[in-house]
Every structure is written in structure tokens, then in C-alpha cells.
Design a protein around this ligand. Structure first.
Ligand code: ADP
Ligand code: MG
Ligand code: ZN
Length: 475
């Protein structure tokens, strides 16, 4: 039997406001434990929450960027549950009247073009604290209590790992581009909950779903989906039933484990929060937010294709993180060699960032310096191999490429006399190669270039070497 998978994602995103959602404590990440707290975010009796206007603005902007309808009237509710990471024993969230509803994101769908993934709702809520399990028992850090969150709930419109990955990447790049969140997954600013069910191939009747909470990288998102799909297939093939439950994905073991049977909404006994007034946004407010949105990734992609002549593939990669497209936009202000900039960004630079688990924000050199590097190459001062070396050095030092080239004596040798001597020597030492070259074997030329490069520590101009080979052998 074959099975189709159905996926709906819930994404929690911490908003980058300076202060928390209902008090004026800072939202700074990694402060000493329990430093960013006050009576209000600790939920002391008698304290009253006051909503941070910036949170409403950011949440509404996220909604607009994700094609949602923004409510003129929405309100905050209490979601009751007794859990040690929330001192109040309830979370202030939105239930019956969320701020944003009925949005969508477009993802690519193989040869079929594009496909829409529906966004059911986006609501505002407060984050919970962190439990730290140690040898001395469980400790509690309340710094995160009251950090503003939006929760973006999708329709169950995704049917593959690729769909879910693309959707998650899109959401991240859109939220980054409008500046409402830094979306740093390693700091928990963006967390994915995967709801997944399977059904017989071609069926229209959804199966029972499970939910895996708090995945915090694209890699574990993909792995969790693959793993849970396999597990559910096994369950059905044994003739058993999938149980609706929350499961914990253990990325190290590559398996999910049952955590608790799934609670339904009524288990939370939601009710309107009596301490907070409703949130009223006029049409003018909403239009003002809309007018303040920057160019969104999708529009940028279009511009890259139409104005810069980049391919669909390159453009899609460039917009996959706001950091990269912003870096690109700045770089090409200082060089015309757009394609080389793209190649560096989606090649060496992206690889370096992935290997070192850092982001565009943390790069030590500026877009202008990358443009300088590309221009050095274009001007024939250095070749590609050397440019890559210089780039590596720039990652470490943040130095100007000119300075690195100068100090390390990396300038390309285009001086014909100097290279000619080397080429002649290689040809003299390798009669077979000369034979091959005369017989039209192009690969033999590569050998000569390689030898000359070795002798010059990669600094010879390969074009000049090739020209000289032909000249010397009269080819
Ligand atoms: P809850 O509030 O209990 O988490 P929701 O109804 O809000 O439940 O749904 C949560 C997520 O589960 C949504 O993203 C939705 O698209 C997804 N979902 C609902 N039914 C299914 C299903 N059968 N298979 C996969 N995902 C589903
Ligand atoms: Mg849920
Ligand atoms: Zn506080």
C-alpha cells in the first residue's frame, strides 16, 4: 500500500521588540538567568499586563506580508495550563478572534509551477520560560517569560518534505525582510511544530495526525517529517491505528517518542483575558502598516530575474534568507559583475556560513569589500583560485582584499616573460605531454596549466599560460 502525507505547520516566531509583550523588561537573549524579569512577567498576583504597541504593529505587518486579512477588532485570551515554565499557570494568547487570518504563501511545485499554502491564522502570544534540567534538579529561567511571539498556523496544504521545507524557508525570509524578527533558529527565535498524518494514496480523507513540537533547524524539520512518515506507515501496515498525540523528535536518535496524548482546545479552558482591552486597528492603521513594508522577497526575486537577468534558480536561492539578498543588493551597487557575485554568495560564502553555523549578519567583511574582490578578479589582478583564498582570509580578518593581495604577494602573474620560461620548462620535462598536445588532446593543456600554477603558487594567469602553450608549440 502507498501512502500520501499531509502536513500542517505551526511556526512560533519571537518578535524583535526591545521590550516584552506586557511589561517593559528587555527581551535580550542570553542574559544571566532571571535577570530580565519583573512582577508582571513573573505573574505576581495584583499586577496588570499592558500590551506593547510594537508587538501589534509587528504582528500585523507579518500578517500583511503573508497575505492575511487583518482584523479591526481582536482580543487576548487566557490559555490555561499548569506547567512549571509559566509562573502564571496560563498563557496570554489569542483564541477566538486572532489578529490575522486567511493568508497564504506561494511555493514552487516542481514542473507544475507554483502552489499556495494557506495560512489559517496568525496570533500574538507570550513566550514561556525555560526549564533547565541539571544534576541539582530542575531549575527555572524566567527571562523568556513574556517575550512576544507570533504563532503562524498553516492549513494542512503541504504534501511532502520539500513542500514543508520551502514553506518554512519562505516564512523565514519574509519575516526577516520586514524586520519583525531576527529568526535565529539556533536561539529559538523561530521554532516549527509539525502536524503530520498519512492516508492511502489518492484518498481525500485525512488520517489522524501527530504533532512534533519545537524543531529548531531546517535539517531537523526535514528529518522529523521523514522519520514520522515512516513510523506512521509502519503503524498502519501492522494493522494498528495512529494515535493523536504530541511526540518529541529526537534528532540524535533520528526517532520520535510519545510525549502526551494530544489535548484538544477545550482542554485549555480558554477565556477572554479580563485584564486587557480589545485591540482595535482602524483601516488607516492597517494601511499605514502596509505602506511601511519594504520590498518583499517575492518582488525582489522578480526584479532579479527581470532587471538583472538572473536565473529563476539563482534568484530563489538569493531570496531564501534576507541576509543574503540584502548582502547581494549592496554588493552589486559596487560592481557590474553580477554573476560572479551570485556565484560567490550561493557558493563559497553560503558554504562557509553553513559550515561555521553563522549568518550573513556576522560576516566580518562588507558587501563593498566583496565587490572590491570581484573587481580585482575582473581587472585581471587575481584569478578565481586566488580570489577564493583571499575570500577565506577576509572571513577571518575582515581585511580589504587589496591589502590581503598586496601583503601576501598574491597578484596574478601575467608577465609573459616569466610565465613563458615556466611553460617551456614544463614542456621540456614532459615530451609525452607535448606529443598529446600536438595530437589535439586538450586535457594535456590542463596538466601544463596545473604545473605552472604549482610553480607560481596559483598566481599565474591561466589564460596567458594557455596562450603561450599554443604559441610555443605553434598550435
Ligand atoms: P491545535 O490547535 O490543536 O494545534 P489546529 O486545528 O489548530 O489544532 O491544527 C494544528 C495544525 O495541524 C494546523 O497547522 C493544521 O493545518 C494541521 N492539521 C490539521 N489536521 C491535520 C491532519 N489531518 N494532518 C496533518 N495536519 C493537520
Ligand atoms: Mg498545535
Ligand atoms: Zn517583566
Amino acid at each position: 500500500m502507498k501512502y500520501d502525507m499531509v502536513i500542517g505547520l505551526e511556526i512560533h516566531c519571537e518578535l524583535q521588540t526591545k521590550t516584552k509583550i506586557f511589561c517593559s523588561c528587555p527581551t535580550t537573549f542570553a542574559s544571566p538567568e532571571n535577570e530580565n524579569v519583573c512582577e508582571r512577567c513573573l505573574g505576581m498576583p495584583g499586577t496588570l499586563p499592558v500590551i506593547n504597541e510594537k508587538v501589534v504593529e509587528y504582528a500585523a505587518k507579518a500578517g500583511l506580508a503573508l497575505n492575511c486579512k487583518i482584523a479591526n477588532f481582536s482580543k487576548m485570551d487566557r490559555k490555561n495550563y499548569f506547567y512549571p515554565d509559566l509562573p502564571k499557570a496560563y498563557q496570554i494568547s489569542q483564541f477566538s478572534q486572532p489578529l490575522c487570518e486567511h493568508g497564504f504563501v506561494e511555493i514552487t511545485d516542481g514542473e507544475k509551477g507554483t502552489k499556495k499554502v494557506g495560512i489559517t491564522r496568525i496570533h500574538m502570544e507570550e513566550d514561556a520560560g525555560k526549564l533547565i534540567h541539571s544534576d541539582y534538579g530542575t531549575l527555572m529561567d524566567n527571562n523568556r517569560c513574556g517575550v512576544p511571539l507570533i504563532e503562524i498556523v498553516s492549513e494542512p496544504d503541504m504534501t511532502s518534505v520539500e513542500d514543508a521545507y520551502q514553506y518554512a524557508v519562505k516564512i523565514k525570509s519574509i519575516l526577516e525582510s520586514i524586520g519583525v524578527s531576527d529568526c535565529k533558529m539556533q536561539e529559538g527565535s523561530l521554532r516549527f511544530d509539525v502536524n503530520l498524518s498519512i492516508m492511502e494514496e489518492g484518498s481525500n480523507e485525512f488520517g489522524t495526525r501527530t504533532e512534533m513540537k519545537n524543531l529548531n533547524s531546517f535539517k531537523s524539520l526535514k528529518r522529523a517529517i521523514k522519520g514520522e512518515y515512516k513510523r506512521q506507515v509502519k503503524v498502519l501496515e501492522k494493522g494498528e491505528k495512529v494515535i493523536q498525540e504530541t511526540r518529541k523528535w529526537d534528532d540524535e536518535k533520528g526517532k520520535s517518542f510519545s510525549m502526551r496524548s494530544k489535548e484538544d482546545a477545550h482542554d485549555y479552558r480558554y477565556f477572554p483575558d479580563p485584564d486587557l482591552v480589545p485591540i482595535i486597528l482602524t483601516d488607516e492603521d492597517i494601511e499605514r502598516f502596509r505602506s511601511e513594508l519594504p520590498t518583499l522577497p517575492e518582488e525582489k526575486k522578480k526584479e532579479y530575474i527581470e532587471k538583472l537577468g538572473l536565473s529563476e534558480y539563482d534568484s530563489e536561492l538569493l531570496i531564501s534568507t534576507d541576509g543574503m539578498s540584502a548582502f547581494f543588493d549592496e554588493t552589486v551597487k559596487n560592481t557590474d559583475d553580477v554573476k560572479t557575485v551570485v556565484n560567490f554568495l550561493i557558493g563559497d560564502i553560503l558554504a562557509y556560513l553553513n559550515n561555521n553555523e553563522t549568518e550573513f549578519d556576522d560576516i566580518k567583511f562588507t558587501p563593498k569589500q566583496l565587490a572590491d574582490l570581484v573587481n580585482l578578479m575582473k581587472g585581471g589582478d587575481i584569478n578565481l583560485g586566488i580570489a577564493k583564498k583571499v575570500l577565506n582570509n577576509m572571513f577571518e580578518t575582515g581585511d580589504d582584499p587589496e591589502k590581503i593581495v598586496e601583503e601576501k604577494g598574491l597578484k596574478q602573474i601575467s608577465d609573459t616573460g616569466e610565465i613563458k620560461k615556466l611553460v617551456e620548462q614544463v614542456l621540456n620535462d614532459n615530451p609525452q605531454v607535448v606529443e598529446d598536445l600536438k595530437n589535439g588532446k586538450k586535457k594535456a593543456g590542463g596538466f601544463v596549466v596545473g604545473q605552472v600554477m604549482r610553480a607560481t603558487k596559483g598566481q599565474a594567469n591561466p589564460g596567458v599560460v594557455n596562450k603561450l602553450i599554443n604559441e610555443i608549440l605553434g598550435l
